[in-house]
Design a protein around this ligand. Sequence first.
Ligand code: S3P
Length: 434
Amino acid sequence: MTPLTAHPSPRFGGDTALPGDKSISHRALILAALASGTSRISGLLASDDVAATEAAVAALGARVERDTDGVVHVTGAEWRSPSGPIDCGNSGTSARLLIGAAAGFEGLAATFIGDASLSRRPMNRIVDPLRRMGARIEGGETLPLELVGARLGGIEHESPVASAQVKSAILLAGLRTEAPVRVIEPRPSRDHSEIMLAQFGVEGAVEEVEGGIAIALGARRDLVATDIAVPGDPSSAAFVWAAAAMIPDASVTTRGVLVNGTRTGFLEKLEAMGARVRLDHHYLCSGEPVADVTVAHERLEPVQVGPDEVPAVIDELPMLACVAAMAEGESCLEGIGELRVKESDRVGAVAAGLTANGVTTFATEDSLRILGRGEVPGGRMVSTRHDHRIAMAFLTLGLAARRAITVDDADPIATSFPEFAEVMRGLGGGIAAP
Ligand code: S3P
């Protein structure tokens, strides 16, 4: 456990690039490992979560090499049994997508394990539909799970949660069958799997249906190697944007960030709160929209988030709750029950961290109200509960609070944004050992 402190930083701003998007990095490795031929991936995120997926696809039979420019070359293969357990570490995306992708390889047997946090997270949301497709999975509702590859059939799955991990697990399993495969989700979740499958030559169709959105695989399901460029991660950029929104006179520009509409909820909420937000230099990067994003401080109004808006801001809600604490008035985040089954119980972790630092909050099972007073007293320690986004959200808040905020454990930041402290320091953020 490495504690870290963020000090009030009145001069914050500048220009920065960000590491590659985590969701897209996982998918690039997995799809390349399933494809025929060699794919080249540039801008792949270097973090513990993505390293877990990289080690997994190598153990399952793909060849993974790096050239001197840091471009990762992945040669796909028929997946086979790994020599030991597949360790997904802290990464839910690795576990859920890999289990789906591996389920249809007959003859493969693999055990999937994870760290203490991942071993508490629900897996029945993928195991149940995969079993209905014919997958053979031994174990309960959580990791460890044992998978024996089997011949799969089709499915029409109505997911009760809007989860890209569930949708992707089923679509990836569906690549191994010719039968109809269709997932219906109540609200659109991030669509990186669909976009990247098209890059690898796989057909699909998306349509609005009663009660949500349906995503179906088409007839062409063979993946052909391609080159993928991974854009900057908006979920990491969110901390930089939040600091700029909260600190008087601050302005930052983040270059080459993913601005896919299933991920821009945080930017839209910052703008609704009064921050100045500008997007320039739009372009497409392996099918994904990318832009330079500038965020600048203005006086912040409270924010309201409803259930329909949650998927596009899901990973940024801890940071949004902290920004809301800097606004004057009552903010309310509703329909956020999914946050309780992330890397930690994020509703509980955020409420506890804000309360410790002098902010009044009211939490229910699936909502959080924050009584903002235009400033945050700070000065106290926050327990990160081994959750990277809790650590980064409170360190970011510490840059804008009246007194420093310390997190008890900054180590989990390495799962998604190892350069976080360095990037913040480069923009004037006072982050240091306590
Ligand atoms: C992710 C999907 C989201 C998100 C997670 C990454 C993905 O989870 O919270 O950080 O890459 O598919 P759910 O799909 O479970 O909502």
